[in-house]
Ligand binder design. Structure first.
Ligand code: 5AD
Length: 348
């Protein structure tokens, strides 16, 4: 324990934790801190993947514009509201609207459309939180959405290192704009979620260290991390990827999660779908490494197999909002309890 704490304070110590010097002590300490602050509560978020249209061509992502094989869909306001009604009846008090950077929601007209959806949810469920995850937008747009009732925003930095960021994204996507967005969101009073994929090709432990330092500056309220998973219809999806590499990515994700819990004791950190997708025990392992949020899929069943950011993405069983009992069993098996609560970040 003492070694773990000491390692958190230096670059070499963090690199040593990331390379697996002391996993069991690391996870135990992460659980201790999470329980000290959040007890055994696990917060529930209903994830509505409302559009898989995207104008971007990120090298890792299966819903990239260039993937002509993917059937595209966009949910209308009534369908989204219906999913919120179902979620509310199941005890969900946060709705996460996630989508690609869909041109239909671009510009002032697009803002009108998105604000209309947000304010309809806000009017009908005033006791719930609306979280948006719709990528890079102008400050003005973020402000309008905040005024319409959005309270949280998820935008992973993906890579704090500008050099790695550029390698993973098309030339039009600038690392400095990503950071501008995150700081604008904070400034506008959103609870902000940052994060990254672990084990994306070209990422080293030093890159992860840069991400940790960036997040220490940003001080996000929420941090989403999951293992990178391949999608064949992407430039990175053609690389060789063995079962052993996937095992290593799972383990590295768990280490980073535990380190994040210790560096950000108050953060809301989900045990992500990507963790559950890479290993049947992934979600449990995430909870045992310090995660305190679960985000099952609340999209209509008819579109779930179309939001394929990576292959073999789980959306059934405990990943499906309707199967809350299955999820409750997993969470209680890990030693925690799902609570029906808006689950805002606690502050130190
Ligand atoms: N593997 C794992 N995570 C991915 N994401 C996008 N593509 C992949 C992939 N191939 C993550 C990104 C994005 C979040 C919504 O999903 O980090 O921010």
């Amino acid at each position: 324990m003492i070694m773990v704490k000491k390692n958190l304070t230096t670059d070499d110590g963090l690199l040593s934790l990331l390379s697996g010097s002391d996993d069991e002590a690391l996870f135990a300490e992460a659980r201790r801190i999470r329980e000290e602050i959040y007890g055994d509560a696990v917060y529930l978020r209903g994830l509505i993947e409302f559009t898989n249209y995207c104008k971007n061509n990120c090298c890792y992502c299966g819903i990239r514009a260039g993937n002509a094989k993917l059937p595209r869909y966009r949910l209308d306001k009534e369908t989204i509201l219906d999913r919120c009604r179902l979620g509310y009846s199941l005890g969900f008090m946060t709705f996460v609207l996630q989508g690609g950077e869909d041109p239909y929601f671009d510009g002032p007209k697009g803002d009108d459309r998105l604000c209309d959806i947000v304010s309809a949810i806000h009017d009908e469920f005033p006791d719930c939180a609306i979280t948006l995850s719709v990528g890079e937008r102008s400050r003005e747009s973020y402000k309008r959405l905040r005024d319409a009732g959005a309270r949280r925003y998820l935008l992973r930095q993906e890579a704090a290192s500008a050099e790695l960021y550029r390698r993973l994204h098309p030339a039009e996507m600038l690392p400095e704009n990503r950071l501008r967005c995150l700081y604008d969101l904070k400034d506008l009073g959103y609870q902000v979620g940052a994060g990254l994929m672990v084990g994306v090709p070209g990422q080293s432990l030093e890159h992860l260290l840069e991400d940790l330092k960036f997040m220490q500056k940003l001080q996000p309220d929420m941090i989403g991390i999951g293992p990178y998973l391949q999608h064949a219809d992407t430039p990175l999806g053609k690389l060789e990827d063995s079962a052993e590499q996937r095992r290593d990515r799972l383990q590295l994700t768990l280490r980073l999660l535990a380190i994040l819990r210790l560096l950000f004791p108050y953060a809301l950190i989900p045990s992500t779908t990507a963790l559950a997708s890479i290993d049947p025990a992934g979600r449990t392992l995430g909870l045992r490494a310090g995660a305190n949020v679960v985000m099952p899929n609340l999209s209509p069943a008819t579109v779930r197999d179309k939001y394929t950011i990576y292959e073999n993405k789980l959306s059934s069983g405990a990943e499906a909002a309707e199967q809350k009992l299955a999820l409750e069993q997993i969470v209680s098996g890990a030693g925690y309890q799902i609570v029906s609560d808006i689950g805002d970040v606690k502050r130190g």
